[in-house]
Design a protein around this ligand. Structure first.
Ligand code: A3P
Length: 282
């Protein structure tokens, strides 16, 4: 299928038609945020599904019911996707949502509310590698010819939700102050208990050590890989083919080292560094 068939354009960004349409984007624009809503803003392949697991447990004091009974896409739905309209009435406050939208495309009611945001960042080299494998297994995305071709497209923003650098800069420049928490995929891999501690402090939850440990255990890569509510095994193979690449693929930091050639690394780093000039990011 051609790119035209697979994606629609939304303010210059490519969005997969399989999960987005004009009505879903209108629904997102008209969505009424509540002050106690919590939104995870994240560029695709940076830890969306992981947060869909962690957030409900931090909010409810580590009651495992949501992650054992509700698929991730209905548990913490995407603001901009078609599913939201179908499940919104079943969401209990405080509602958790995720979005891949950049800050400037958030709806008016978000700006008028006090709703909090957790922004998750991941090393863009690992994002590109994860996305490359995801594009091969997801039949509703343009299949990459080679990693080299895909890296080129990624750097030009000709992938879903545009350029990684634009996304990160938009949320970092949001000026949301105490309403936004920045967290990295890498710190979650390194010390999930500490990351859960940061999240619970930000959300005003007082988690016991036992509750924190339960979250860490049930949100580990292996636990999620075996959780049919979170590993996308409920999605028919014609949409997502785990034999090509499992959704929960490796879950590590630095997999780019197994993929990038020295030339690819040099090009990638120089483009990202240039576009991130002035941002205090490592
Ligand atoms: P890899 O492809 O590098 O393995 P998203 O949910 O935003 O699409 O991101 C998917 C990436 O997050 C995948 O990365 C996936 O394995 C990783 N991921 C999901 N849950 C994880 C967990 N519990 N621990 C570590 N990585 C996780």
């Amino acid at each position: 299928m051609s790119s035209e068939d697979l994606y629609l354009r939304h303010h210059g960004l490519l969005l997969p038609r399989e999960t987005h349409c004009a009505q879903s984007l209108r629904f997102a624009q008209e969505f009424k945020f509540r002050d106690d809503d919590v939104t995870v803003a994240v560029y695709p392949k940076s830890g969306t599904t992981w947060m869909q697991e962690i957030l409900p447990l931090v909010l409810n004091g580590a009651d495992l019911t949501p992650i054992q009974t509700v698929p991730n896409w209905d548990r913490v739905p995407w603001l901009e996707e078609k599913r939201l309209a179908l499940v919104v009435d079943q969401l209990k406050s405080p509602r958790g949502m995720v979005t891949h939208l950049p800050y400037h495309l958030m709806p008016p009611s978000f700006h008028a509310s006090k709703a909090k945001v957790i922004y998750v960042m991941r090393d863009p080299k690992d994002v590109a590698v994860s996305s490359y494998h995801f594009h091969k297994m997801a039949q509703f995305l343009e299949t990459p010819a080679t990693l080299d071709e895909f890296i080129g497209r990624f750097l030009q923003g000709k992938v879903m939700f545009g350029k990684w650098t634009d996304h990160v800069k938009s949320w970092r420049g949001s000026g949301l102050g105490g309403r936004i928490l920045f967290i990295t995929y890498e710190e979650m891999v390194q010390d999930l208990a500490a990351a859960v501690g940061r999240l619970s402090a930000f959300l005003g939850r007082d988690l016991s050590e036992e509750a924190t440990q339960r979250i860490v255990e049930h949100c580990s890569f292996n636990a999620m890989k075996n959780n049919c509510m979170s590993n996308f095994s409920l999605v028919p193979k014609v949409y997502m083919d785990p034999d090509t690449s499992p959704f929960l693929r490796k879950g590590i930091v630095g997999d780019w080292k197994n993929h990038f050639s020295p030339e690819q690394l040099a090009t990638f780093s120089s483009v990202i560094r240039k576009e991130m000039e002035g941002e205090s990011l490592e």
